[in-house]
Write a protein that binds this ligand. Structure first.
Ligand code: ADP
Ligand code: MG
Length: 227
């Protein structure tokens, strides 16, 4: 099987004053099935921009992104939405749960959108797997930050995505809770044979991934696999 993800000469620039601001310049790397890659770099180095481009949420100024061999720029909006809904999962720093829905309902959303049968039991099993089997009926406001993020992880994994994207998923959590969250994410991704791109500014968490790509000023300055 080929690479799940190929990023070729990816660039993102914004007009700025008289000139141009280069946020990403010529980023190239590919990710094989089952790899878990941590993307690290200081604040402002382009990590979130990169993730947005790779997930098809934003369009590049140059270069291209291939997901499972398909160029995101060449597929239509409908196909891109379907690809995002069925093949990709997302976890953000700010959880982004729907506040009026319970934990179980939040996890069901992507399943119901995809018309998956047995959504209720899939959601319940996943919530049990992230340790929230006793919180199915809780609203996000009734959960701690760490619990909300575990619901967000369960929701992201619900459609059994090939690719999981996480943007600073431990950024709002204290150190111990964040470490447990990262551990859980790596474990669940590995158990599913999924591929993961994990963005963090914490070197300590990055070291747990199989591969670390470091960005600085929009360029890859290091690409290293754990030995
Ligand atoms: P990181 O996630 O590594 O902290 P970002 O990808 O969010 O970095 O941002 C990288 C740089 O791009 C920052 O300097 C930011 O100000 C700039 N940037 C991000 N989005 C925009 C935008 N829509 N317009 C102009 N500049 C932007
Ligand atoms: Mg960011």
């Amino acid at each position: 099987m080929g690479d799940v993800l190929a990023i070729e000469g990816l660039g993102k620039r914004y007009p700025s004053g008289d000139g141009e601001l280069t946020v990403l310049a010529e980023v190239t790397f590919s990710v094989a099935a089952g790899e878990c890659v941590a993307v690290v770099g200081p604040s402002g180095s382009g990590k979130s921009t990169l993730l947005g481009l790779v997930a098809g949420l934003d369009t590049p100024s140059s270069g291209r992104v291939l997901v499972e061999g398909r160029d995101l720029a060449l597929i239509g909006d409908r196909e891109l939405s379907a690809l995002r809904g069925r093949r990709m999962g997302f976890v953000f720093q700010s959880y982004r749960l729907l506040p009026a829905l319970t934990a179980e309902e939040n996890v069901r959303v992507p399943l119901d959108l995809a018309g998956v049968r047995g959504a209720r039991s899939v959601a319940r099993d996943l919530l049990a797997e992230v340790g929230l089997g006793a919180r199915l009926g809780h609203l996000p406001a009734q959960l701690s930050g760490g619990e909300q993020q575990r619901v967000a992880l369960a929701r992201a994994l619900a459609p059994a995505p090939a690719l999981l994207f996480a943007d600073e998923p431990t950024g709002n959590l204290d150190t111990a809770t964040g470490d447990a969250m990262a551990e859980l994410l790596f474990r669940l991704v590995r158990a599913r044979g999924a591929t993961c791109i994990y963005v963090t500014h914490e070197q300590r968490l990055a070291a747990r991934a199989g591969r670390v790509i470091a960005l600085r000023d929009g360029r890859v300055v290091e690409d290293r696999r754990a030995s």
